[in-house]
Design a protein around this ligand. Structure first.
Ligand SMILES: C[S@@+](CC[C@H](N)C(=O)[O-])C[C@H]1O[C@@H](n2cnc3c(N)ncnc32)[C@H](O)[C@@H]1O
Length: 266
């Protein structure tokens, strides 16, 4: 049974899947991602024609079923072969960039509805995935944006998604910036990044530094994952807005019903 449920089972279980990958990164001693063979690492070109063709063939362009119908994305949907295919036949690292997670949906909705939050500001989208929140920031007038994700294939997906939304490609960085010195940003946004306890601790530490060094504003989108709700960061949050999730997102996320934007105030 598990054989034909590969990608359907994937969306509701981000913690276990991502957890494995992240532990691999951390214990490997590598500063970057574990996909060393991948040619798209770093800030280089995200236009490899073979990879582009693979992504185009194995995703569907959609704006349905999310909180932000104004953003088109290439995602893994039930109309894609690999949604139904055995997970081990997918030839790359787990495609978190191919799902528009509820935390990112809430953040993007908030930025689109409240452009003043980003207009003229520098914005870092940490753990950008499909890039939707970075795209929302751009649509709302952010002056400088960096989409950061340790998965180099996410870089390619973000580039394709910018194109879909008639935007110039956004700058992308695929280094693990949690190990690097802090840059100055007006705003850091994180959608659905608190799904693993070690990662949550690392992010909390990094975000505190960011706030105290540069007075950076930090907005977090989360649908109530236990690694977030049970984390000590809870004492340093102010609720900004809570959204009711659309039915398709609920179905694909194990019955999660809402997603909330939080303002981090250490
Ligand atoms: C659950 S997905 C969320 C994606 C997107 N923000 C959204 O809400 O749709 C988490 C993403 O974080 C990325 N990630 C994990 N650890 C990271 C790190 N240390 N730095 C940057 N990205 C990371 C993963 O590759 C994955 O794309």
């Amino acid at each position: 049974m598990a054989l034909s449920l590969g990608w359907r089972a994937f969306a509701p279980l981000p913690m276990s899947h991502c957890g494995v990958s992240l532990k691999a990164v951390r214990s490997s001693g590598l500063a970057l991602s574990p996909w060393g063979r991948c040619p798209w690492r770093g800030t280089g070109s995200f236009s490899d024609p073979e990879m582009k063709a693979f992504l185009e063939e194995n995703t569907e362009v959609t704006n349905r079923g999310s909180l932000t119908p104004e953003i088109q994305l290439r995602l893994l949907t039930p109309r894609c072969k690999f949604w139904w295919e055995r997970a081990d036949l997918w030839p790359h690292s787990d495609p978190y960039w191919a799902i528009y997670w509820p935390g990112g949906q809430a953040l993007s909705r908030y930025l689109l509805d409240n452009p003043d939050v980003v207009r003229g500001k520098s914005v870092l989208d940490l753990g950008s995935g499909c890039g939707a929140t970075a795209i929302a920031a751009k649509m709302s007038g952010a002056s400088r944006i960096l989409a950061n994700d340790i998965d180099p294939i996410a870089g390619m997906a973000i580039t394709l998604n910018c194109e879909l939304n008639q935007l110039n490609p956004l700058p992308i960085l695929t280094k693990n910036i949690l190990d690097l010195e802090q840059d100055k940003w007006d705003l850091v946004v994180l959608g659905d990044m608190f799904y693993d306890e070690d990662l949550a601790d690392g992010l909390h530490h990094w975000l505190k530094n960011c706030f105290w060094t540069h007075r950076t504003r930090v907005l977090i989108g989360d649908p109530g994952r236990p690694q977030f709700s049970g984390h000590s960061i809870q004492h340093q949050l102010r609720k900004v807005v809570e959204y009711s999730l659309p039915e398709p997102t609920r179905r694909e996320n194990n019955g999660l019903t809402t997603s909330t934007v939080w303002d981090f105030q250490p």
